[in-house]
Every structure is written in structure tokens, then in C-alpha cells.
Design a protein around this ligand. Structure first.
Ligand code: GTP
Ligand code: MG
Length: 198
């Protein structure tokens, strides 16, 4: 599948204010700074679509982007960024929980994991919570350009091995670099396969 049009639609501070539409949507979640907004720009070939920043905590709202007039990409704020204070962290946690649990149009949640790091407790806990709530998700390992392929593979394997301790079946996973456009076709084909099955 190729993306022929990508347009910003709305930013919302609450899940119940998001577009009233039954088009399927694919949302990106993960720790602050993991590369969610950059991935949306990479997929859409538009470096200015979603706002990115080298400082964590850039995306604070739920952002909907209409793709090919038939489905949405959704950029979410990151979890686990303590620097903004307890109150902001709590409100972001709340927003994410409501969106994930209540947004029935959300067809697959892509959980972004920094491919440079060993398995992080916060990511494993978040994924555990998705499992408890039966949320469909896939893993996206980001920033693969920042190290060797073998180091990336080693970290990916460690993450999947850790998941195997709790999960009978592993979710689909993708290795990406927004810098090098790695994994673009695989991700778009995966979304396309879901869209076709709906
Ligand atoms: P928040 O909105 O703050 O939660 O962050 P985010 O997850 O949306 O991250 P964002 O896309 O803003 O990227 C954070 C930083 O990482 C930026 O400086 C990006 O340029 C950089 N970055 C993101 N993806 C990649 C990648 O694949 N490779 C490299 N080298 N840098 C990346
Ligand atoms: Mg962002």
C-alpha cells in the first residue's frame, strides 16, 4: 500500500472528543522520545506532519491524521516522562488509558520500543496492562539506525524472550528507523492487511 494523502484532522485532550467516525485507526504509543511522531512522518513521507522534538514530552494531545481518506493514524503522548511533574503525568496517563480502553475504532495499537535499550520495566508493564484488557497491539522497535544490525537484533531478541516469560503467543513485531525509512513497507503492508480484513 502507498499513502497518497495524509492530513492533520484534530488534536484532542480527551478520548471522547476524538472524531465521531467509524473509520479504522492505528495509534502509536510508547515512552516519551521513543520516536512516535517521527514514525508517523516517516510513514507518510511528510517530515512536517506530526511535531517532533529532541526533548521528551513534545506530543501532549491525541492527534488524528486522515490517511487516503479511509483510515487514521493517531499520534499519542508518551508515557513515563516525569519531568513535567506529577499532575501532568497523571493527566497524560489518564488520557492514554481512556483512549486505549474506550476508542473502539482503534484497530491496532503500535507500541514503540527503543531498540537501543534492554527491556524496560515501564514498557513491559504497559504491555502487560494491554494484555489484561485484551487490546490488539504490535511492537515497533525504533531508532535501529543508531547501532549495528546485530546489536538491534540482540535487543529485540532480549525483549521478546522477556515477553515469552509471561505470554504464550508473541505479537507481530517490526524493526524501524525513521531516519533511514527502515520497516516502512512492512508496517504499511501490515496496516493494509488489517484494513482489508475489516
Ligand atoms: P513525545 O512526543 O515527546 O512523546 O516523543 P516522540 O515519541 O513522538 O518522539 P519524536 O518523534 O519527537 O522523536 C524524538 C527524538 O528522536 C527526535 O529528536 C527525533 O529526531 C529522534 N528520532 C526519532 N526516530 C528516530 C530514528 O529512527 N532514528 C534516529 N536517529 N532518531 C530518531
Ligand atoms: Mg510525539
Amino acid at each position: 500500500m502507498e499513502i497518497t494523502s495524509a492530513k492533520f484532522v484534530t488534536s484532542n485532550s480527551r478520548a471522547d472528543m476524538c472524531p465521531k467516525s467509524d473509520l479504522p485507526e492505528y495509534a502509536f504509543i510508547g515512552r516519551s522520545n521513543v520516536g512516535k511522531s517521527s514514525l508517523i512522518n516517516m510513514l507518510t513521507n511528510n517530515s512536517k506532519l506530526a511535531m517532533t522534538s529532541s526533548t521528551p514530552g513534545k506530543t501532549l494531545l491525541i492527534n488524528h491524521f486522515m490517511i487516503n481518506n479511509t483510515w487514521y493514524l493517531v499520534d499519542l503522548p508518551g508515557y513515563g516522562y516525569a519531568q513535567r511533574g506529577k499532575k501532568v503525568m497523571e493527566s497524560i496517563k489518564n488520557l492514554i488509558q481512556h483512549y486505549v480502553l474506550e476508542r473502539t475504532q482503534m484497530t491496532c495499537l503500535f507500541v514503540l520500543i527503543d531498540s537501543r535499550l534492554e527491556p524496560q520495566k515501564i514498557d513491559l508493564e504497559f504491555i502487560g496492562w494491554l494484555g489484561e484488557n485484551g487490546i490488539p497491539f504490535a511492537l515497533v522497535f525504533t531508532k535501529a539506525d543508531k547501532q549495528s544490525t546485530s546489536k538491534t537484533q540482540q535487543n529485540v531478541n532480549r525483549f521478546l524472550d522477556t515477553m515469552k516469560e509471561q505470554w504464550e503467543e508473541l505479537p507481530p513485531h517490526f524493526i524501524t528507523s525513521s531516519e533511514k525509512k527502515t520497516g516502512r513497507k512492512e508496517l504499511l503492508d501490515y496496516i493494509d492487511s488489517i484494513n482489508r480484513s475489516l
